[in-house]
Design a protein around this ligand. Structure first.
Ligand code: SF4
Length: 76
């Protein structure tokens, strides 16, 4: 389970976030490209925009479910 106390600093404020357990597999940026992206050096994913509609929420929930190391949270 992701820990909101360990968010990577690049996340925008809000419900969804990536924490420091991310292994940069890029699955979330594929599942939810409107909300997750990689840093310029590809060291971690982060939330660059919180979901704004049902489609984006569903994509973010898929990313959360599919993250192999449970680094995505929705309780931020
Ligand atoms: S799916 Fe999880 S481990 Fe993979 S890039 Fe996204 S947050 Fe990181």
């Amino acid at each position: 389970m992701a820990d909101k106390d360990n968010k990577v600093p690049e996340n925008v404020p809000g419900e969804y976030y990536v924490d420091d357990e991310c292994i940069a597999c890029r699955l979330c940026t594929s599942d939810a490209p409107d909300n997750f992206k990689m840093t310029d050096n590809n060291s971690t994913a982060y939330v660059y925009k919180q979901p704004e509609n049902d489609s984006e929420i569903a994509a973010c929930e898929a990313a959360l479910d599919n993250c192999p190391v449970e680094a995505i949270g929705n309780n931020g």
